[in-house]
Structures are given as C-alpha cells and as structure tokens.
Write a protein that binds this ligand. Structure first.
Ligand SMILES: [Zn+2]
Ligand SMILES: [Zn+2]
Ligand SMILES: [Zn+2]
Length: 255
C-alpha cells in the first residue's frame, strides 16, 4: 500500500506572502494557503518525508505525523531544508540525499554541521543510493535547477516504482538531466512555479505541460505554486492540456 499527501505546495515565500495584498494572498479558499513544498509518502507502515522547509514543524503537528522513517532532501535551498531541526525529535530517522546535495547542505550549515550526527544519535545521515521498501524501489532522477544569473545547486527528484505503478516527485527544476528514467510513469509530480518561469531555475507550468506531452504519464500534478493565480483558475487552465491537476496542501492520493 502506498499513498502520498502534500504537506506543502508553495514556493520559497509560501502563500499568502507576508505583506502582499494580491487576490491570491487575500483569498479565503483553503486551497490558496500554501506551506513550503513537502511530500509525505507512506509505504505500508513506513513514512518518508521529501523535503522539510521552514514550515515543517507546523506540517508535522497539523497532519498529526507521529514518526518519520526516512527524510529525503531534493536540494539545499532553505525552503526545502529550513526545518531540519525538527528531525531531532523523530525517534529514529534516516536522513538521505545524494552525495553532492549532502555536501552542499553541510557547507551551508557552517559550524552547525555536526549537529545532525553528534548531538542527535537518533538521526542517521546517509548518502542516497537506490534501495527498496517492501516491493517498492526508490531511485533518484538528476535535475538542473539553475538560475540565469549563475546560481546553481545539485538537485534531484525521487522515483518510486513497483510492478503495478511508477511515480516521480520533482518540485524544483528547469531541466531533467535523466529523462530516460521517467518513461511509463503513472504519475509525475512536477514544477508549477509560475506560468512561464524561464531563467529562474524552474520550468513552471508551461514547461511542465511540455514535459507532460513528451513523457505522457497517466497523470501529472503540479506543485511549488506561486501567488500569481488562484487555485481554481490555474486548475481549470491546466485541465485543457490533459490529466493535469494543481496540488494543494492536504491533497491525498492512494496509488
Ligand atoms: Zn500575493
Ligand atoms: Zn529550489
Ligand atoms: Zn523550492
């Protein structure tokens, strides 16, 4: 049994953005309230969290999450790792990311970089390599998440597959560097950061629609949304292109 729940579906600023008076930030629709992007993947009794940004504490409490078995990091941007301290009270958690992501993360931690391993014996930090939980195999897909002005960080998505289904989670990227790994997906969760976000390290909604046309997954869901469009408007907009949905905080799916 595998299920997913979106714990957060917003960009770095979240939605509403503090001090913004736009229609989306002032919307009373619950689907227009977005924490920083994070996904809970449940495989039988195991809980995997992908990314733990600045809203992570609220996400854990409000979703009544009592244990985390694995915490995967996609890349070392604060909206994805800024709540890492909350892993300290997980009973036993394996924190995993590819080698280059961990290196970047450690560098940003500065003098606190020993914090995870020395003070918190219940956290195991491991370089990610493909492994399985029950009959589900988990691997990464390398992405490019590079801004035109040069800022570039190692970044990955995660792919979960069994005999029955395959899905991928990729929240921040402007290019997929291992696209061959994404053939025959039932579900692709992709970058929805703005309508056209060329140059800012994100493919955005139109870029993801192009990927949908090329890879033809059965379904696509977009996450990492900005405050530029109301959930109901952007949902109607993407539906014109096929089985594409816009994620919202709390959205759950059984796969
Ligand atoms: Zn706004
Ligand atoms: Zn990012
Ligand atoms: Zn992000």
């Amino acid at each position: 049994m595998i299920s997913i729940k979106f714990l957060g579906t917003g960009t770095v600023m979240g939605v509403p953005i503090w001090n913004c008076e736009c229609d989306v930030c002032k919307s009373t629709d619950k689907k227009d309230k977005r924490y920083r992007s994070s996904l809970l993947v449940k495989i039988n009794e195991k809980n995997i969290i992908i990314d733990f940004g600045q809203d992570f504490r609220n996400q854990l409490i409000e979703n009544n999450i009592k244990k985390i078995d694995y915490a995967f990091l996609t890349h070392a941007h604060r909206d994805h790792y800024g709540g890492v301290e909350n892993l300290a009270t997980a009973e036993n958690v394996i924190f995993m990311a590819p080698k280059d992501v961990l290196e970047e993360f450690n560098e940003l931690q500065g003098s606190s970089k020993e914090w995870l391993t020395t003070r918190n014996k219940t956290i195991t930090v491991k370089e990610f390599s493909p492994f399985s939980i029950d009959d589900i195999s988990i691997e990464t897909v390398k992405l490019e998440h590079k801004k035109d002005w040069g800022a570039d960080v190692p970044c990955y998505g995660y792919i979960f597959s069994s005999n029955n289904f395959k899905f991928a989670y990729m929240s921040d990227f402007n290019k997929i560097l291992e696209i061959e790994k994404l053939q025959n997906c039932d579900l692709i969760i992709s970058d929805g950061n703005g309508l056209n976000n060329k140059g800012h390290g994100h493919v955005g909604i139109h870029g993801s629609i192009e990927i949908f046309k090329i890879l033809k997954p059965k379904k696509m869901i977009l996450t990492h949304l900005t405050h530029k469009m109301l959930h109901k408007d952007v949902s109607n907009y993407v539906k014109k292109y096929g089985n594409i949905d816009i994620a919202y905080d709390g959205m759950e799916l059984k796969l």
